[in-house]
Design a protein around this ligand. Structure first.
Ligand code: ATP
Ligand code: MG
Length: 396
C-alpha cells in the first residue's frame, strides 16, 4: 500500500472529471501517526465509470458501490459516494443511493474520527470535528448516536474496538446511547460481532475495553454472555499475545471456561481455530514441561511458544526461553512421524496380525522410544526390537 499509488488513482479519476479522496481509517491513522492499514478511496464516479477508467478492476461489491482497482500490483478499494436508506433488518440498508457529495458520504460513517477525507493537497476535509476528537481522544458518533446505533447496532462493537485500539473514551452522549441500545446487539449476526470482538482483543487497550463491556453490562448480549470475569489490571499484558488463537485462549482462561471447544461453538469460529484455541487452553492448564522431548515432539514449537506467551500474559515467570526450547527441539531424533524409519505398512509386513488399532498403538510406542532416545531411528534396530517384543509376547 502506498500513498503515491493511491494518489495516481485519484489523479486519474480527477482527469476524468470526478471527485475523489482518501477516506476512512487511514486518514485517522495518518493523523495519529500510527501504522497505516488499507487505503480506501471515495469518489463521485459510479462503479461502472471506475471499471471503465481503470485497466484492472475487480467488482467486489458493486451493489454497495465498491470496486477494487489494481494499481502496480496492489489493490485499492474505490467506493462511490453513497448514502444509505433505512436499515430494515439491522443488517443491510434497504437501499444504497449514490450521489456526488463527499460531505454526505462522510455523514453516513460511524464516528467522527473515521469521517474525514484527505484532499490532494494533503489538507483534511473534516466536517464533523474528527480532528478535535482525535486530540481529545474521544469516540463520538457522527450525528445522533441513538439513531446511528439503531441503524446498525454493529457500530456499538466498533466503538469498543476503537476504544481498545486507541485507548480513547466514549463521548458522553455516545456512551449513553450505547448503554441504552446494547440489547440491539441481539439482532446482529454472530460473525460480524466476532470479527469486531477479535479486533477488540487485539487492541493495546483491550483490558479497558473489557472493563467497559462489564460496566455497561454489554456481555449479556454477546455469545454465551453474561461472563464471569474480574477485570484486573495485572492481566493487562494483552500485547504479549500474538495471534487470534492466543488471545481467545487468554480470554477463555480468564473466564475459567471448562469446555473451551463447546463454548466456542456459539461464536462460530472456523473449526480449525476452535480446535487450536481449545488445545492451547488445555495445554496451558496442564502446565507442560517445555524441555521434555515428548512434549516438544507432540505439540511442536509454535504451540508451546503460544503457551509460554500465555504464561507471560498471566504474569508467570516462564521456566525456559524459546531459544532453549529451540535447541532441544532441533536435536530431537525425529521431529515428526514421517521421519520415522518405519511406517504402518512395514509393521503389517513384520507382525503377523490382521490390521487394527494395534498398528497405531505400536507406531506410537516406537515413536515415543525414538524421541526419548531409547530406540535408534534405524529400520534394522526397530525391526529387531519388534521381533524381540513378539518373542516376549509368545513366550509370555
Ligand atoms: P481499520 O484500520 O481497523 O481497518 P477502519 O476505520 O478502516 O479501521 P473499516 O472497518 O475498514 O475500519 O471501515 C472503513 C471505514 O468505513 C471506517 O473508517 C468508517 O468510515 C466506515 N465504516 C465501516 N463500517 C461502518 C459502519 N458499520 N457504519 C458506518 N460506517 C462504517
Ligand atoms: Mg480499514
Amino acid at each position: 500500500m502506498s500513498f503515491s499509488k493511491a494518489e495516481k488513482i485519484i489523479e486519474q479519476l480527477k482527469n476524468n472529471g470526478y471527485d475523489a479522496y482518501i477516506v476512512g481509517g487511514v486518514v485517522r491513522d495518518l493523523l495519529l501517526k500510527k501504522k497505516l492499514g488499507d487505503i480506501d478511496i471515495a469518489t463521485s464516479a459510479l462503479p461502472e465509470d471506475v471499471q471503465r477508467i481503470f485497466e484492472k478492476t475487480i467488482p467486489v461489491g458493486i451493489e454497495h458501490g465498491t470496486v477494487i482497482v489494481r494499481m502496480d500490483g496492489e489493490s485499492y478499494e474505490v467506493t462511490t459516494f453513497r448514502k444509505e436508506g433505512e436499515y430494515e433488518d439491522y443488517r443491510h440498508p434497504s437501499e444504497v443511493e449514490f450521489h456526488d457529495s463527499i460531505e454526505l458520504d462522510l455523514s453516513r460513517r460511524d464516528f467522527t474520527i473515521n469521517a474525514m477525507a484527505l484532499r490532494q493537497d494533503e489538507t483534511v476535509f473534516d466536517p464533523f470535528g474528527g480532528q478535535l476528537d482525535l486530540e481529545k481522544k474521544l469516540i463520538r458518533a457522527v450525528g445522533n448516536p441513538h439513531e446511528r446505533f439503531r441503524e446498525d447496532p454493529l457500530r456499538m462493537m466498533r466503538a469498543l474496538r476503537f476504544l481498545s485500539a486507541l485507548g480513547f473514551r466514549l463521548e458522553s452522549e455516545t456512551y449513553t446511547a450505547l448503554k441504552m441500545n446494547a440489547v440491539l446487539l441481539d439482532k446482529i449476526s454472530v460473525e460480524r460481532i466476532r470479527d469486531e470482538f477479535e479486533k477488540l482483543l487485539a487492541g493495546a487497550h483491550c483490558e479497558e475495553a473489557l472493563q467497559f463491556i462489564k460496566e455497561a453490562n454489554l456481555d449479556r448480549y454477546l455469545p454465551n454472555g453474561p461472563y464471569k470475569f474480574e477485570v484486573n489490571p495485572a492481566f493487562s499484558k494483552w500485547e504479549k499475545l500474538t495471534s487470534d488463537e492466543e488471545r481467545w485462549a487468554g480470554f477463555l482462561l480468564r473466564l475459567g471456561i471448562s469446555e473451551p471447544f463447546d463454548w466456542l461453538h456459539a461464536w462460530k469460529p472456523s473449526n480449525q481455530k476452535r480446535k487450536q484455541v481449545s488445545h492451547l487452553v488445555e495445554l496451558y492448564r496442564n502446565d507442560p514441561d517445555f524441555k521434555n522431548p515428548m512434549t516438544l515432539y507432540r505439540n511442536g514449537l509454535d504451540r508451546l511458544k503460544s503457551v509460554m506467551r500465555l504464561q507471560q500474559f498471566f504474569g508467570y515467570q516462564v521456566s525456559t526461553t524459546p531459544q532453549e526450547m529451540n535447541a532441544i527441539f532441533v536435536q530431537l531424533p525425529i521431529q515428526e512421524r514421517s521421519e520415522l524409519a518405519i511406517d504402518g505398512n512395514d509393521l503389517q509386513a513384520l507382525v503377523n496380525q490382521p490390521p487394527g488399532p494395534w498398528i497405531e498403538e505400536l507406531l506410537e510406542n516406537i515413536e515415543c522410544r525414538v524421541v526419548s532416545g531409547t530406540l535408534k531411528n534405524d529400520p534394522g534396530e526397530i525391526k529387531e526390537w519388534i521381533t524381540q517384543c513378539n518373542q516376549a509376547q509368545e513366550n509370555g
